[in-house]
Each structure stands twice: as C-alpha cells, then as structure tokens.
Design a protein around this ligand. Structure first.
Ligand code: TYD
Ligand code: MG
Length: 469
C-alpha cells in the first residue's frame, strides 16, 4: 500500500453509472451520457494498486503445462443455478449477483450456502443476524457449517475469513460494505470498486469462491461503476416480476462457460424452488380460445420454452396519438412490427391503442418471437382466436418476409411435448419433428392466411371498409 504521506486528496465528480471522474459538475456524464449521475467525491490520487491474479508474478509457461484442473466447477446442489453457471462455482472465482430489491437474491444465496457441503460464511451487511436467522429457519438453512457475520467493514470481513476459513463466502451486498482506509463515503464508486477489488484479490489468493450481491439501478443496470463488472469473473442477473412467483436467472458475463443459459425458479413460502419444466408453468393460466393470444416456442440458451404472447388493440377516436405499450417485449420491436403489419398486410393500426405482452413476467428478446407478436395483434384486432393447437415462430423482416430462426427442431419438440400439433414456421425452416405438422409460410400475409385471419382482420378494419375493400 502507498504510505499515507503520499496520498493526496482531491474533489472530483464521479459518474455512478460508468465511473468517469470530472473536475467540474455537469448535468450529464460526458462519457456514458447518463443524466444526473455525477456525485461529489473525495478521491485519493493514487489508489493502492493490488495484483489481480494471485500468480501475477509467476513466470510465463507453455499453455499445455498449465494445470486447468483447479478451474473445475463445484456443483452447488441447486440445479437451476448449476445450469446457468455451466456446472457450478469455480474455486477462486468471484460472482456478482444483481437484481432488483425484493427479487430474492438473499434468499437464493442463503439456500446456496445451506447446500454447500463445506464451511461457508454469509456476510450480511444489510440485515441483522436475527433477521438472517429467521429467514434461514424458513428456508431450512440453519446448518452447523453456515457461519454468519453481520458486518459492513471490509477489514473485519477479511479477518473473519481468516478465522472462519470458509470454503465459500457470500457478501450481501457489495454496496453496503466499506473500507475505512478509502477516503470516500460507503456506497460511493470508489468504495464499491475498492472493496470489490480487495475481495477479488482475496478470492484468487485463497482459491475461495466469493459471491457478491449487487444492487441494480432503476434502469436495470448494476449500480456502481462498470469496472465492477470488469473486475468479477461472472455477472448473474436475477429477474422477474415481483408480483409473479417466477424468477429468471441469467449470466450476463461468465469467464468459465457460456452466457446464454437460463435458470428458472419459483418463489414459494419455503424459498426458491427450481422449475425444470418451465413451459408448463408459463402455460398453466392460459385460456385457449381467447382472441389476441399466440404461443411461441422461444429458445433461451439451449432451453426451449413455450411462452404466450398477448395483445390487445383498442380503437381511439379522440385524436391523441394512441398508446403503445410493450411488456416483456422490446418497445422498438413492437413499433417495427406494427409498421410492417400496416404497410405489408394492409392493416390500419394507426388509430388503435396497442398493448402487447409476454405472459408470466418473462422477457422475450429474440426475434423468433416476431411472428407470435404479429399474429396476436391481428387476432386481437379481428377479435378472433388463433387455433388452440398451433404454435408459431419466425423473425419478421421489414418487407413482411419471414426469416428462419435457429434450432427449429428443438423448439418443435418442446411444442409437441406440450401437446401442440401444428406449427406455422418460416418457409425454409429445417425439417419438423414427429407429432407436429408444419405449415411453411414465406410472409406475414401467408401466416395470416394459414391461421384463417387474413379476411377477418380486414373485415374488422374500418378504414378498409370505408374504402369498400
Ligand atoms: P430477498 O431474498 O430478501 O430479496 P433481495 O435480497 O433480492 O432483496 O427476498 C425478499 C422477498 O422474497 C420478500 O418479499 C419475501 C419473499 N420470500 C418468499 O416469498 N419466500 C421465502 O421463503 C422468502 C425467504 C422470501
Ligand atoms: Mg437482500
């Protein structure tokens, strides 16, 4: 560490989003363009430079001589978590778990500690020991080898790691701990970055897996500087609608495996329970035969999921620009699909309010869901349900053409498993699977015809009626 005489303090304004420091305050960060994100901070000129990797001073070796067995993941005993982590936690790895308040981060990590076969340490910087104990009782997590430390001071946490000698450490949360040696308030960018850095060094030095909880901002990004994401090995995000029981776990960054796997949990009275069969859960509340609903087999990583897309259209006459609302779908994508329907399928949606959502708190990010959104919209507009045994998928292009999506057979197999018998798919999709008949279509218009909506939609379309079509 630098000697204290060398540490000079200056005032800077630091962006809480990206970590950029400027000498003058401004309403907007010049680097990441976030508004009102600059906070005043006293900063030392030189932060103590700590080596990131324990073996930073090791000599260079041939890659073939490196012992990789150390980096083998240890299963966590929670299947859905292992799925996302690609097998489990790697010794010496640092994982950041982000998510909105109340989503279940502390619950998940307490369950993780309770299942871990060796000694573990839970650093609770936000809740008292009594609160954690009560929650642990509810989760059947009162294990003899689970140690609890209600503490916010980093030096105390490090010395507890020394005395307890745990094999897994959880810090809940990184924003709530502080190092008194750093000249900055708890929760500030300098503190978060400094403490995370110190914990990473400790994890690497001891070969100890560390999981830290990170708060997220209103926009859903991890609070604190981006550097936090760079410093850790794995960034997990825990998502879901707090009003639904469903919770989705994704890896945004993972140095030890793929980042596209999805873990599905259900929040129950006894904590989080893994949901191996998520399609059933998504479709349990579905009412077949309702207009404005389409089922699409989406793919999250290797995992096919059947998701219901719903739409509602409502004609407005008061001249105000009609509302467009997208839940669990990208609003820009919805606007694009509305424009395609308007121009390529001759549907006048300009005077309709449009609401579209992916059901169950799930977020559809892949373009393969486009066709389901389009068909749900037209079904709502025509007030006619789609056939109950049909699933649809395909990316919609600006010309109204349908483009194929990856892994069609896997999606179809999941649809067949859930009892669907027909699929509307892009014309040049791969071959189907047993139990499901394919209707191949080249454009959105052909898809509307295939589900018997083309004429109905037009009939319900008053503009076209006025034009006598
Ligand atoms: P929590 O893990 O404290 O969330 P976070 O750490 O992400 O802020 O979870 C809080 C919510 O979970 C709370 O609203 C109650 C609910 N919950 C259950 O439904 N069942 C349970 O067994 C537990 C422990 C919590
Ligand atoms: Mg918590």
């Amino acid at each position: 560490m630098a000697s204290s005489s060398k540490v000079r303090v200056r005032l800077v304004y630091r962006c809480t989003d990206c970590g950029t420091a400027t000498p003058k305050w401004a309403g907007r960060c010049t680097t990441c363009e976030a508004w009102n994100s600059l906070v005043e901070e006293a900063e030392t000129r030189e932060l103590p430079a700590l080596p990131l990797a324990a073996s930073a001073s090791a000599p260079a070796t041939r890659i073939g001589e490196v012992d990789a067995s150390f980096a083998q993941p240890h299963g966590t005993g929670i299947d859905e978590l292992d799925r996302v982590l690609g097998g489990g936690l790697v010794p010496g790895s640092v994982t950041l778990l982000g998510g909105e308040p109340g989503i279940g981060k502390s619950t998940l990590l307490l369950q993780l500690l309770a299942k871990w076969p060796q000694r573990t340490l839970y650093v609770s910087a936000e809740e008292s020991a009594q609160q954690v104990r009560l929650r642990a009782e509810r989760l059947a997590a009162v294990q003899p080898d689970l140690w609890l430390l209600p503490e916010t001071s980093l030096p105390h946490i490090l010395s507890a790691i020394d005395t307890v000698q745990p094999e897994l450490v959880v810090v809940d949360s990184i924003q709530a701990i502080a190092d008194p040696a750093l000249p900055s308030a708890p929760g500030s960018v300098v503190q978060v970055r400094g403490c995370a850095h110190r914990l990473v060094v400790e994890a690497k030095r001891r070969g100890l897996p560390v999981v830290m909880v990170g708060h997220v901002t209103k926009e859903g990004g991890l609070a604190g500087p981006r550097v936090l994401e760079h410093v850790v090995d794995t960034v997990l995000s825990f998502e879901g609608d707090r009003h639904h029981a469903l919770r989705l776990l994704r890896a945004a960054k993972h140095r030890f495996g793929p980042t596209n796997e999805l873990g599905v949990f259900e929040m129950t009275g006894d904590g989080l329970i893994g949901v191996p069969d998520a399609s059933t859960l998504f479709l349990t509340d579905r009412r077949a035969g309702v207009a404005g609903s389409a089922i699409t087999p989406t793919l999250e990583g290797q995992r096919p999921l059947l998701v219901e897309v719903q739409a509602l259209t409502n004609k407005v006459t008061n001249g105000v620009p009609p509302r467009r609302s997208a839940q669990g779908l990208d609003a820009g994508r919805l606007a694009l699909l509305l424009a395609v329907l308007e121009r390529r399928a001759d549907l006048a949606l300009g005077a309709h309010e449009v609401f579209a959502s992916a059901v169950g708190g799930v977020r559809l990010t892949e373009p393969g869901a486009d066709l389901a959104v389009c068909l749900a919209l037209v079904s709502a507009l025509a007030d006619r349900p789609l056939p109950a045994d049909v699933v649809v998928f395909g990316e919609v292009g600006l010309g109204g053409e349908l483009r194929q999506v990856a892994h069609a057979p896997r999606r179809l197999a999941e649809a067949a498993r859930m009892g669907f018998t027909r699929a509307i798919v892009p014309a040049n999709s791969a071959n189907g699977v047993e139990g499901i008949s394919l209707t191949r279509v080249g454009t959105v218009n052909e898809a509307l015809l295939a589900v018997g909506l083309a004429r109905e939609a037009r009939r319900s379309n008053s503009v076209l009626q006025l034009q006598g079509r």
